[in-house]
Structure formats: structure tokens, C-alpha cells
Write a new protein. Sequence first.
Length: 129
Amino acid sequence: MPPRRAPGSYEDWMERARASLALARGRELEGVYLEDLCYQAQQAAEKALKACYLKRVAAFPFVHNLDQLLSGLEDLGLDIPEAVDQATILTRYAVETRYPGPYEAVSEEEYLEAIHSAEAILAWVETTP
């Protein structure tokens, strides 16, 4: 486990985002559902976006919707790159596939897209002033 930063700090949120991304990449673990890995990818993106608010010394909304989080960051004056904007597809994994239910199973292609999307958001947040 990485050393903990100041609770609630930008660094603390980013460490948790990176930890969620590491869990999302756990494809080789036996018995893991792709839906659960995609949930972790969504969590990584959400935590990173909330860290971005903290980096800008702004309060973030308590939502799981990545569209809403990005809209708020735009309101704070940030330009959202297309790759980051497209990553909002991860929002469906915050609730819809989080629990057993009547939905289509996540495909390998969707899983890989979820990982790529989460990576795009984390990379953007880390390089955003």
C-alpha cells in the first residue's frame, strides 16, 4: 500500500484514483467479472476528476456522473480534450453494471475501452495546471 498523503488532498485523491485503475487492470485475476473491473475504471476516472477540482481549489459535486464533473470543470475555465470528453462512457459502470442485473455482459472490447478511457482522464488530470 502506498504511503497516505494528507486526507482529502489532491495527492490523496490521485493516489486513490491510481489504486482504482490498478484494480481495473486486474484482468488476469481468476473469477473477476469485467463489469467489476469497468466499475473500478469508472471509479479511477471519478476520483481523478474530483482531484482536479481540488487542484483548482474548488469544491466538487458529490455525483458519479462524469458528464456533470466535466461540465463543472469547464465552468472553472478548463478546456476538456475530446479523449477526456469521450471517457464519459464510463458513467454507466458507476451504477448500471455495479450489481447483478438484467444488462448485457461487458465485452472484452468494452473492457479495454474502459481502461483506455480511465487512463486518458488520469493522464489529463495529472498534466492539467
